[in-house]
Ligand binder design. Structure first.
Ligand code: ZN
Length: 161
């Protein structure tokens, strides 16, 4: 079982790599990965008081898998963003891989994400605002993109005490 020590930190080369699709033959491992993701996110929440979702590569699991737990647990296998609004909004983003650093970024106000759930059913979900920026952040992790790379300008960094 993975724990907080397995969470990669800013600068780790794995965070800049593109993750591989999850294969149908890996469905048993998906359950294991999801419980690792769940476990580490619970530890983050207890320690830092934030954390709504986590992407597998943040634990060095280089697979296109996202776990979200807000109202209920949700698993996103091989997600794709199929549409994005033209309208953008600015926010101070955070990331479990550098919990004290806030980064001002722009995100699409609305996106549609298409993915497979834990039962391997195709789901399409259109989300706005908070959920939209959250899923864009996690989706970026699957492509080796951190919010530091989306900073609006060179003053878009803030330390959280
Ligand atoms: Zn992150």
């Amino acid at each position: 079982m993975k724990n907080l020590n397995d969470l990669l930190q800013l600068g780790d080369p794995l965070l800049y790599q593109i993750s591989e699709p999850v294969l149908r033959s890996e469905s048993d491992q998906v359950q294991e990965w999801v419980s690792d993701l769940h476990n580490v996110m619970e530890e983050i929440r207890a320690k830092y008081n934030f954390g709504r979702a986590i992407a597998a590569p943040q634990l060095g699991i280089m697979k296109r898998l996202i776990y979200m737990n807000i109202d209920k647990p949700r698993v996103f296998i091989n997600p794709q963003i199929t549409s994005k609004s033209d309208e953008m909004f600015e926010l101070w983003d955070d990331c479990m891989c550098f919990p004290n650093l806030l980064v001002k970024v722009k995100r699409h106000q609305q996106i549609t994400i298409k993915y497979l759930n834990e039962d391997w059913e195709t789901v399409e979900w259109t989300v706005q605002d908070d959920l939209s920026e959250l899923l864009q952040h996690e989706y970026d992790h699957l492509n080796g993109i951190l919010c530091t790379m989306r900073a609006i300008d060179n003053k878009s960094f803030k330390w959280r005490a």
